[in-house]
Ligand binder design. Structure first.
Ligand SMILES: [Zn+2]
Ligand SMILES: [Zn+2]
Ligand SMILES: [Zn+2]
Length: 162
């Protein structure tokens, strides 16, 4: 396996429990700081999303949550997702209509999402140069950009080498 000098590859072998612990701890702190409630259902949905680095659809979350909370309805899941999106704890992968945990929640950021079509892992990268170039381009077009997300589909490093 090749080692990278910059951002570590988040999709291949790593201690994923550490990812989950970090994400949950960050979310708990952010919610306290902002005076918003990370209710048990929101907490659980966030945990389920962080189960892996794969994007997960709302109805798959509903299937996972039902055995734990049989009162959970699609609206319950959607409301929890809206909250997590608003707080920047997760991202919506538009091209898959699915959700993935954010690695740098707490900061306002644009994101470049690398989506593997084989293992479905999604790697989030900040790609500052890309977004700088985009800002120039939209400025030239006199276009006021509100939200910038770039989604790229292809094969991740580990799927490529198989
Ligand atoms: Zn991980
Ligand atoms: Zn993010
Ligand atoms: Zn892959």
């Amino acid at each position: 396996m090749t080692t990278r000098l910059t951002t570590p590859d988040q999709t291949t072998e790593h201690d994923h429990n550490q990812c989950i612990r970090n994400a949950i701890a960050t979310a708990e702190h952010l919610c306290i700081d902002r005076g918003v409630q990370l209710t048990p259902i929101r907490h659980k949905i966030l945990e389920l999303i962080w189960n892996s680095h794969k994007a997960i659809k709302a109805y798959d979350l509903l299937d996972l949550i039902r055995p734990i909370n049989d009162a959970a309805k699609p609206a319950t899941v959607y409301r929890a997702l809206d909250f997590l999106l608003e707080q920047g704890l997760i991202h919506r992968v538009e091209s898959l209509n699915a959700f993935v945990g954010c690695r740098s929640s707490g900061t306002q950021h644009d994101q470049l999402l690398l989506i593997c079509t084989a293992c479905h892992n999604v790697e989030e990268r900040s790609a500052p140069q890309v977004f700088l170039a985009l800002a120039e381009e939209t400025k030239t077009a006199k276009f006021s950009a509100r939200r910038k997300t770039i989604e790229i589909h292809g094969l991740c490093n580990s799927c490529r080498s198989e």
